[in-house]
Design a binder for this molecule. Structure first.
Ligand code: ATP
Length: 250
């Protein structure tokens, strides 16, 4: 039985780098257990810095973060799939379980399940060089989900993919989220992607990086391909674009 999502609370976080640059100013954000939230903003507004602070990969200069603390509670997907080129898809997905000391037979079974969950059954023995960009990203997602994390952090995971692959991965990610209900925080530059995927969009502005506004994606439309051409989608994209424009102008 997969674990359910865990809440995240970011309280008054600021971040100054050693070179004097202030990347984040007084950021507070609560993400409910099982919620899907996008961080949307222009380049340099501190999205990655905020995600790294939430992940515990960077420390805030002031403020605090509450997140699940178990060893396997968090999965991370980066823009680059960061796979080991010398290892098969299966071995790549097994890695977190191997590091955790799971027995070979169990980790193999769980990694096979995770690969099947992202539509890659039959590709267990493939090497990264034999896979398309979209398939490599699927392996990366399977590796992040193989420990059944309660929180999945994603930093522009689909930005380097062609539009068709990106749309397909959007749908597959949503299907995984609907099955497992992990909490998801998704960084993107794309208004369209943020509206398609999330329940709430947190819009960030620059100089210094901060939260400018929040927009609930209020729709009862199913998140399928038809949503992309629905009146709700178009209206919410328009609102998100306007708020992003305001955040960048402020
Ligand atoms: N280690 C660091 N030292 C100094 N400045 C940094 C460091 N890491 C990031 N920055 C700066 O902090 C600011 C925020 O960077 P960050 O990568 O979080 O933004 P972002 O919104 O994720 O941008 P992008 O969308 O381009 O990835 C930028 O001005 C960046 O140059």
């Amino acid at each position: 039985m997969p674990a359910t999502g865990a809440p995240v609370r970011v309280s008054a976080v600021s971040k100054h780098f050693d070179n004097g640059l202030q990347a984040l100013s007084d950021v507070s954000l609560t993400v409910a257990a099982g919620e899907f939230v996008s961080l949307l903003g222009p380049s340099g507004c501190g999205k990655t810095t905020l995600l790294r602070i939430i992940a515990g990969l960077a420390t805030p200069t002031s403020g605090s973060v509450g997140r699940p603390t178990g060893r396997h509670d968090m999965g991370f997907v980066f823009q680059e799939p960061t796979l080991m080129p010398w290892a098969t898809a299966l071995a790549n997905v097994e890695l977190p379980l191997k590091l955790a000391g799971l027995a070979r037979s169990e980790r193999r079974a769980r990694a096979e399940d995770a690969l099947a969950g992202v539509g890659l059954a039959g590709f267990e023995k493939s090497y990264p060089r034999e896979l398309s960009g979209g398939m490599k990203m699927r392996v990366s997602i399977a590796r992040a989900l193989v420990t059944q994390p309660r929180l999945l952090l994603m930093d522009e995971p689909f930005a380097a993919l062609d539009e068709i692959s990106r749309h397909r991965l959007n749908l597959d990610l949503l299907a995984l989220w609907q099955q497992r209900r992990f909490t998801a925080i998704f960084v993107t530059h794309s208004v369209f992607e943020s509206v398609f995927l999330s329940q709430r969009i947190v819009i960030m502005g620059t100089r210094p990086g901060r939260i400018a506004s929040e927009l609930p994606v209020a729709t009862s439309h199913a998140r399928d391909e038809a949503f992309r051409t629905s009146a709700d989608y178009v209206a919410i994209c328009r609102l998100a674009s306007a708020q992003l424009g305001q955040a960048m102008a402020a």
